[in-house]
Design a protein around this ligand. Structure first.
Ligand code: CA
Ligand code: CA
Length: 332
């Protein structure tokens, strides 16, 4: 029941908040999971998400969260104090946000701050300022200057994703070019004609009476061996549109979409202090880490590792210093 409700809600939201598919791009750095995947156009699956990604046999529907800014609070700051300082910064951009944060009943479309116990905060903005690079930059700079954050994700840089499964629930067919029991003989004949004309190397295969109906699709298409999964998916969409046959038996098992952050805008080589600037304090912070083991957060460690050997070290420190005093024009 909950599953049904979730799907229903998702469908309603999709109708209420139409997203412009063409304007959407997969954010950079969405983890190794999506980094090597291919983005495909498939209208048939657009109800799941605006961006469809595939690898050799899996399909993901990805929805960039365009109305959210996310930032991770620096470890060791008391949450209440940190949130108060965050609200002071946000108040500059969103007057009244502090009051709205503390209000018990909230009924306003204006932007608000969402906090949780997982160490990150989000600004939710369904007004015209959502998507503004200027607003995002202003907030990031101000939060960074106060030393409040260690990660920052701009509009659309966190995504929701679902795995879209392909196949018959009782069988093992994972093939977008397989058709279930509802395909009629007439449709099969039209399909055969269409393929003969447009994809002569593809063949229609019908299940024989001695094949297991739970494991073998009623009708399937044998594609040439070098046909990629992405290409099959594209053809599946084309057949739905042109022939009216719906292959793949697509479905989603996940109750709720998963979330994944994309590009952390605080990643900037040399900026060890995470204040969005490169200066002598970065060298000092790095040297403290090297000499006395002062801890650095993941982003700071990444930014410090100029020579890319996986750890902050003396060479990195020297490189940043040479850059600051203009001996070197670039870092590293
Ligand atoms: Ca810095
Ligand atoms: Ca290094």
């Amino acid at each position: 029941m909950k599953n049904m409700l979730t799907l229903l809600t998702a469908a309603l939201l999709a109708v209420m908040c139409p997203l412009s598919v063409s304007a959407m791009e997969l954010p950079a750095d969405t983890g190794a999971s999506f980094a090597d995947m291919e983005v495909v156009e498939c209208d048939m699956l657009s109800g799941y998400a605006p961006i469809i990604c595939v690898d050799e046999n899996r399909i993901y529907g990805i929805t960039p969260r365009e109305h959210y800014l996310r930032f991770v609070l620096r470890d060791g700051l008391g949450k209440d104090t940190a949130v108060t300082q965050v609200l002071e910064v946000l108040e500059e951009v969103y007057p009244g946000i502090m009051e709205r944060y503390h209000a018990k009943d909230y009924d306003s479309p204006a932007a608000r701050l969402l906090t949780n116990d997982q160490g990150y905060c989000e600004v939710e903005d369904y007004t015209d300022t959502a998507g503004s690079a200027e607003v995002s930059e202003q907030i990031m700079q101000a939060l960074a200057a106060k030393g409040l954050i260690t990660e920052f994700y701009s509009w659309g840089q966190t995504v929701n994703y679902v795995e879209i499964l392909c196949g018959f629930p009782d069988g093992n067919t994972v093939d977008p070019l397989a058709f279930g029991e509802d395909i009629t003989e007439e449709q099969t004949a039209v399909l055969r004609d269409y393929l003969a004309e447009h994809y002569p190397a593809f063949a229609v295969i019908e299940r024989t009476p001695d094949e297991d109906a739970f494991r073998v699709a009623k009708v399937r298409i044998k594609a040439p061996e070098d046909t990629t999964f992405a290409e099959k998916l594209r053809i599946c969409g084309e057949l739905a549109e042109q022939v009216g046959v719906y292959g793949g038996a697509f479905h989603v098992d996940a109750m709720m979409p998963q979330e994944m952050p994309g590009h952390n805008a605080l990643e900037k080589p040399g900026d060890v202090t995470l204040d969005c600037k490169i200066g002598i304090t970065d060298v000092i912070a790095l040297n403290r880490n090297i000499m006395t083991g002062d801890p650095l957060c993941d982003t700071a460690r990444k930014n410090a590792d100029i020579n890319g050997n996986g750890a902050p070290d003396e060479t990195d420190s020297l490189n940043i210093l040479k850059y600051i005093v203009e001996i070197n024009e670039t870092l590293g």
